[in-house]
Every structure is written in C-alpha cells, then in structure tokens.
Design a binder for this molecule. Structure first.
Ligand code: PLP
Length: 420
C-alpha cells in the first residue's frame, strides 16, 4: 500500500445511509454498463485501490487511456499550471496549448504541408467529424461509405452506423445511411466494392481493439491505401485505441510501409485520462472538405485538455516510451506464448495493446478471476483477454500476470466443472 491517502473517505460516506456503493450505483445510474465490480478510490503509477483498500495492477489503463498511469507528475503539473492560466475560452478564441498540440500532432503524424487538425472530446466525436468529411467528399456522386466487419467506431449515431456489431446498431435504426460492411483482410472484396468509383471513404482500425485486438494484415492495409487512392476514395484510419504510442509506434499504421491515411482519428490515450479527441486531415484537399461553419464544438480543443495532451506527448518522447513499449510488449507476448498452455491459442496485437486468444469462451470468467487475484484486464469478446496497460509498465510487472495466468485458467475451468 502507498502512503498517499484519498481525499474522500468513501467508506464513511457509504456507511451514511447503510447502503452499499453497489446498491447506490444500481439505483442512481442508467444501467448501460451493467454493475461495476469494484469502486475505485485512487491510483498511483500502474496501481489502483478500491474502497476496501485492495490494490490492483492496472493492465487495462482505463481501456488504453491512462497512457502515463495514474497520478503522473507531468499530468498533475500540466493540469495545475494550465488551470491557473485558463481552463476554457470557447472556440471564438485561440489558445497557445491548442495551437502547439495541433502542430505537434501534425509532426508526429508526418502529415504533409497544408494538413489540419480538429479537436473533439472523445473518439466517437472525432469519428463524427470524419463521417462529415466523408459525406463532403464527392457529394452525390459518392453516396457509399465502407467499414469493416468487427469494426468499432463509437456510440453516437454516425459512428454507430460505421460499427458492425448489430446488437449495438439495430435498436437505434434508422442510422445515417450509405454504410456497407466488408470482411476485413479480404482484398478481392475491397477491390470489387471500390470498383464503381462511388465510394466516398473507407473507415478502418489498423488494430481492431474491440474485436479482440485484431491487427489488419499489413498487406491488406497497403492494399487499402493503394486501392482507395486509385479510386479517389478517402482512407480514414481510426486510431482512437491504437494511436499515441500504444503499438510502439506513434500511430499503428506507421509500422506498415507506404501507408499514410487521408484522415486519422484519435482520442483515448491522447489526454492520458483527460477527455480529448482529435481528427487530422492529411493535405490541403482533405482539410478543405470542412469549411467555416460546417462543424463545431463547445469544449473541443479547450486549453486544459490541450495542455495535458502536450504533457502526455512530451513525456512519451522524453522518456523514450516508444522503444520501451515495443520492448516490454514483445517480451510479454513471448512470455505468454512460452507458457505453451494449450488453453491459450495465440497472442495478438502490438506493443502494449494485446489480445490473448483462449481456446474456450471463458474470457469473462478469466477477467473476473484476474480481478479477484489483483489484476485488471478485460474480455472484449468471449474468447479474448485484452491488456492495454499504462505505457510506463515494466516487464517485471507484466510478468506477474503472465505467471498467474495458468493458475487463473485452472481456477475458472475448475469452477466450470463444478458448476456442470
Ligand atoms: C473507444 C473507441 C472509439 C470510441 O471512443 P469514445 O471516446 O468511447 O467515444 C472509437 N473507435 C475506436 C477504435 C475505439 O477503440
């Protein structure tokens, strides 16, 4: 346990009317997330603590968000310093952090002269802006938009229209039209779909996170770039989860030669926990697809969020985290493979975005058993355990989970046999 004390005594607060936090959550919240398994009160580095004082190794990082872990001094000082100067000003005004962040992102994205940035507050909003850009490209001559099977682009209506999972989409139809889903990694299907020349854009995640951490084949990603360019279609890469050094590259697509998107969307790791999203339009033609008055946001690009994001990007650079992520990520994947456990089929992904494939659909139970054992992971689908920890995590810390994994699988399978 660390010495750091929480400012709020949640146990005392919970005792107030004799109700548990679980009960109060269930009564006060709209139940879209189900019942959370723990109430967390504080964090430090790669650890968090619940309201009973139990410590957890955070291997999920708020779903690829807590880039620098919890309570990182660079984030704390950026928050404090910027809050003293300006928290928010509206987009009638510019601020230095916003301009610097845009310039930094353009540089890291290796965007050509004439490119531009739009700031939002979340991944889904960044994708809404991308959807608008797609609609503006080609107008009535290009009514079609392509997305991939197993895609996840967010929960607002436009981003949802691009998300393949029917359970998410169908209850909210009609959604914005014109979207078709293509099987991922199928070049022939892609070529056929683009051939008529009436497709405005293709949306793709270089690593499909919610699908269970499934990277696109590099050859498919290259074909996506070549074929979209050939047909005048925009390539829109959603790097909301895979971006910001998560893969060991600033952006996951940079691992594949010759792939530069027309649009890239970002969020999750960008603010290290502060909500901020961004869209980068590559080159002057794409940038010009949104003109003054065609899009907007009240909070997007506020100086507080921009200052924190600059601190995140600066720390990744100064601390050499790109190399670190590649090194510890590869070591983790190798060590899990080296377990040679027949219940583990593969380790997918790159850097510190990894999916551990299981031979049986027991991932939710394994995630629950992991939590009991002091590890936060999740199950994006029934047969995958995902880890997306803070990028500052060490190989030794990751090794504690690798070592525990066979025992966790034993526990879950023993319970399943007992229950049968
Ligand atoms: C999480 C995610 C989104 C949605 O981001 P929100 O901030 O939850 O709106 C979009 N695309 C991808 C690839 C994501 O992983």
């Amino acid at each position: 346990m660390s010495e750091k004390q929480s400012t709020v005594n949640l146990d005392a607060a919970a005792a107030g009317d004799g109700q548990s936090y679980a009960q109060r959550y269930t009564e006060a919240m709209i139940p879209v997330f189900g019942t959370p398994q723990r109430v967390l009160v504080r964090g430090e580095g790669v650890h968090v603590w619940d309201d009973h004082g139990t410590q957890y190794l955070d291997l999920l990082g708020g779903i690829a968000v807590n880039t620098l872990g919890h309570g990182h001094p660079a984030i704390l000082s950026a928050l404090a310093k910027q809050a003293e100067d300006l928290v928010h000003v509206s987009n009638f005004f510019a601020t230095a952090p916003q301009i610097e962040l845009a310039e930094t992102l353009l540089r890291l994205a290796r965007a050509p002269e004439g490119s531009g940035v739009f700031f939002a507050n979340s991944g889904t909003e960044a994708n809404e802006a991308a959807f608008k850009i797609a609609r503006r490209h080609g107008g009535a001559d290009r009514p079609r938009i392509l997305a991939l099977t197993d895609s996840f682009h967010g929960r607002t209506m436009g981003a949802l229209a691009l998300t393949s999972k029917e359970a998410y989409r169908v209850p909210f139809e009609p959604l914005p039209g014109g979207v078709e889903f293509l099987p991922a990694n199928d070049e022939d299907a892609l070529a056929a779909a683009l051939a008529p020349g009436d497709v405005a854009a293709v949306f793709a995640e270089p690593i499909q996170g919610e699908a269970g951490v499934r990277p696109l084949d590099p050859t498919y990603l290259q074909a996506l770039r070549l074929l979209t360019r050939e047909h005048g279609t925009l390539l829109i890469l959603d790097e909301v989860q895979s971006g910001i050094a998560r893969s060991g590259h600033w952006f996951a697509h940079q691992a594949t030669d010759g792939v530069v998107p027309d649009v890239m969307t970002l969020a999750k790791g960008l603010g290290g926990g502060f909500p901020i999203g961004a869209l980068i339009a590559f080159g002057p033609e794409v940038r010009a697809l949104l003109s003054a008055g065609q899009h907007g946001t009240t909070f997007g690009g506020n100086p507080l969020g921009a200052a924190v994001a600059l601190a995140v990007l600066g720390t990744i650079t100064e601390d050499g985290l790109l190399d670190h992520v590649r090194e510890v990520g590869d070591r983790f994947a190798e060590s899990v493979s080296a377990l040679a456990d027949p219940r583990i089929t593969e380790v997918r992904g790159a850097g510190l975005l990894r999916g551990i494939g299981l031979s049986e659909p027991i991932a939710p139970q394994v995630a629950a058993a992991s939590l009991e054992a002091g590890f936060i992971v999740n199950a994006p689908n029934p047969s995958t355990i995902r880890i997306a920890p803070p990028l500052i995590i060490t190989a030794e810390e990751l090794g504690t989970f690798t070592a525990a994994l066979p025992g966790l699988l034993d526990t879950v399978l023993a319970n399943a046999t007992e229950g049968a």
